[in-house]
Design a protein around this ligand. Structure first.
Ligand SMILES: Nc1ncnc2c1ncn2[C@@H]1O[C@H](COP(=O)(O)OP(=O)(O)OP(=O)(O)O)[C@@H](O)[C@H]1O
Length: 312
């Protein structure tokens, strides 16, 4: 389907979540959550178990009714989209299908129900690399193939927006690599990808932007690099020396901040590694290690969500 034929009902494909809240009896699963997701980018939706990711995605897709707030796709609530299947593709859990049905027939049944041409089934199978397994029965599919079939089903309507809940769950490294390439390619076409995960290392490779939540609340949103860079300690230089006291004094004289891990390692902020090395040389201090440490998403995530990951 060309871009011109694609349903305009998802507008630009921008997702806006505003004041979204879901109260289940005594659990506030999602708590006054606001964030935006831009087209043309992969946005990782991150949070510890029970943070409220699935509930948020289900509200976005009109599967759960919010207690308060709104979630819109291209300016409209999902329920108000004129042609939701052609606008938004969703993969909420590993695809389930009639066990005795082939992958192709599974997709054809969905096409028929959604008023889409049956030819889309083969196109979608090709998109996810499942053409060779088109005539195999679903019960013989591996978990990775089931995930691909779920994505194929989401792609049937050639949507502008793709929403996936933990799509990498249970995938082997090859499957994860494939998924990464597929989602990045989708975003490169100017479409919107919102993908939830607790696999932080994977998100660092996949996402352009991240939305981090904990206990139902927004913790941080922004481009991955910016979120990592905004951490309190930022970049640090790690130094190991048998003359820790002399070096600490020399570095502090030059306004660097020096912490120690208590095991002969100094952690220096506010000064880059070459300057630390030069300062050590000038002070005739012997160095055994000099490394620049950049916090990664994993460290940022743990720091940002510390203490908020309790089971609710
Ligand atoms: N239907 C429900 N009834 C009652 N509580 C619910 C319901 N659905 C979710 N919750 C609770 O809301 C909170 C958020 O759950 P949710 O599944 O949205 O989190 P999540 O971030 O997707 O977690 P996970 O990664 O473990 O799936 C949890 O405490 C969960 O127990």
């Amino acid at each position: 389907m060309s871009d011109g034929q694609r349903s305009p009902s998802a507008g630009t494909g921008q997702i806006v979540v505003s004041g979204l809240t879901k109260q289940y009896n005594n659990v506030r699963a999602v708590d006054d959550l606001s964030f935006t997701v831009e087209p043309g980018r992969v946005t990782g939706f991150l949070g510890p178990n029970g943070a409220g990711k699935t509930t948020t995605l289900r509200m976005l897709l009109n599967l759960v009714t919010p207690t308060a707030g709104t979630a819109t796709i291209g300016g409209r609530r999902y329920a108000d989209l004129t042609d939701p299947l052609r606008s938004v593709g969703a993969v909420l859990e590993a695809s389930s299908a009639h066990k005795g049905r082939t992958g192709r027939n599974h997709l054809r049944v969905i096409c028929a129900a959604a008023g889409l041409p049956a030819s889309r089934a083969d196109e979608a199978l090709a998109l996810v690399g499942l053409t060779p397994a088109a005539n195999r029965k679903f019960k013989g599919y591996s978990l990775g193939m089931k995930q691909r079939l779920g994505i194929a089903a989401a792609m049937l309507g050639d949507p502008r927006v793709l929403i996936l809940d933990e799509p990498a769950n249970g995938l082997d490294p090859e499957g994860i690599r494939w998924m990464r390439g597929f989602l990045k390619g989708f975003a490169t076409e100017g479409r919107t990808v919102l993908v939830s995960s607790h696999l932080l290392s994977e998100m660092q490779l996949l996402a352009d932007d991240v939305v981090i939540i904990a206990a139902g609340k927004l913790v941080r949103q922004g481009p991955v690099e910016q979120v990592i860079g905004s951490m309190a300690h930022g970049v640090r230089v790690r130094v190991r020396t048998p003359q820790a006291a002399e070096l600490t004094a020399a570095l502090r004289e030059q306004a660097a901040t020096v912490d120690t891990d208590g095991h002969g390692v100094l952690l220096v902020s506010g000064m880059d590694a070459p300057t630390v090395g030069r300062t050590a040389l000038a002070a005739k201090v012997e160095l055994h290690e000099l490394t620049t440490e950049r916090p990664d998403l994993e460290g940022v995530f743990l720091e940002l969500t510390a203490g908020k990951a309790e089971i609710r």
